[in-house]
Design a protein. Structure first.
Length: 365
């Protein structure tokens, strides 16, 4: 009898524990609740504690909230859909769309330092439907939709405010960590330049002024410096090509290099010079390194050009010492490092089809 009661008690305890565990992960995808270091490729010795956070569609440009508990990113699932902006709770994987659902969006960011608001670019005022997608038949193209403006809203997408109002492309906005300035890319001067403005959209100031593309800028952790990607035409043929690009409102796969400068754009320094496409730069928390994506190691002799295998690299802004972080034959890009050493980036690894791009998080040693 005693043994039977003991067995019943043991079974009840096991059932209670099972229910507790079930409730703990009921709203959380199992694959998002555990580390999967099998996702780390051979040679990627700088990574540990890897997790895949999204599992379908095309997801990119993910950025941390100030407390490191949430992400904001853009995503779509299906060729007929346009990117919208989402916020994810990293621990649970719970994700909510916070943009309007109309038009196409890009380049979202938390409104630092309190992160009670968000900023992003959207074309929704130009129409509810997706604008025509660019022609990718001859390679990658980034469309400069003239309806792109920068907006600010509450975290749930309500109380939407328009921060830019030009008839040209305004996008690629990020924010200083002290909340003092927004830095963004604009075609309002007739060329793609880097601008800054106050968080409410006032005080717009142009920082760069050289023919070509300046974009994708970020403030350093202490707010004293900036990093961005750029390409400048060097001869008449390249100038004509750039003029045609702007006329047709797109950027094709030109070589890009990484630059740093003081907060006001002075003391400009070029970090890369390899003829490849070096892009998606952001700051390491130490303020002395830049992490970025590049196809510099994918030279194709048969095409006499660089290929589409983008890897992650980190470079010292003073010594220019370069370290390669990822090692595979797929796309890795949009890397960001949190102040406590977590890395997040978009990748085609573990994809179910060639176009699928997901978000991954881990620890960077």
């Amino acid at each position: 009898m005693t043994e039977k009661l003991y067995s019943i008690q043991s079974a009840l305890i096991a059932l209670i524990l099972a229910l507790i565990l079930f409730n703990r992960f009921a709203d959380e995808p199992l694959s998002a609740s555990i580390y999967n270091n099998l996702l780390i490729q051979d040679g990627e010795s700088h990574f540990k504690n890897f997790r895949q956070l999204t599992f379908s569609g095309e997801n990119a440009e993910a950025y941390f909230s100030a407390d490191g508990q949430s992400l904001i990113f853009q995503a779509h699932d299906g060729d007929s859909l346009c990117d919208q902006i989402y916020i994810m709770d990293i621990a649970s994987g719970k994700t909510e769309m916070v943009s309007t659902g109309d038009g196409v969006t890009t380049c979202s960011y938390f409104n630092y330092p309190d992160c009670e608001k968000i900023i992003y670019a959207s074309t929704h005022l130009g129409g509810k439907s997706c604008p025509p997608k660019p022609d990718f038949s001859h390679g990658y193209v980034w469309k400069l939709y003239p309806d792109f403006d920068i907006f600010r809203s509450d975290m749930d997408g309500t109380n939407l405010e328009r921060l830019t109002n030009s008839p040209n492309y305004d996008a690629e906005a990020t924010m200083a960590f002290d909340g003092s300035k927004i830095i963004f890319t604009s075609l309002s001067s007739g060329d793609l330049e880097i601008w800054t403005m106050n968080p409410d959209g006032t005080g717009k100031t142009q920082l760069t002024n050289r023919l070509g593309y300046d974009g994708g800028a970020f403030y350093s952790p202490n707010g004293k410096n900036i990093v961005w990607r750029a390409w400048y035409p060097q001869n008449e043929e390249e100038k004509e090509k750039w003029s045609l690009n702007l006329k047709n409102r797109y950027i094709d796969a030109v070589p890009l290099d990484i630059y740093v400068a003081k907060r006001d754009g002075s003391n400009k320094k070029r970090l890369t010079s390899n003829g490849a496409t070096n892009w998606a730069p952001s700051w390491h928390p130490d303020g002395s390194h830049i992490i970025f994506s590049s196809n510099m190691d994918d030279w194709r002799e048969d095409y006499n050009a660089f290929g589409s295998n983008f890897e992650l690299y980190i470079i010292n802004i003073y010594t220019l010492k370069l370290t390669r972080l990822t090692h595979n034959d797929i796309f890795d890009s949009f890397p960001v490092i949190s102040k406590d050493g977590k890395i997040i980036f978009a990748s085609n690894r573990n994809a179910e089809n060639p176009r699928q791009t997901n978000i991954f998080i881990g620890i960077l040693d």
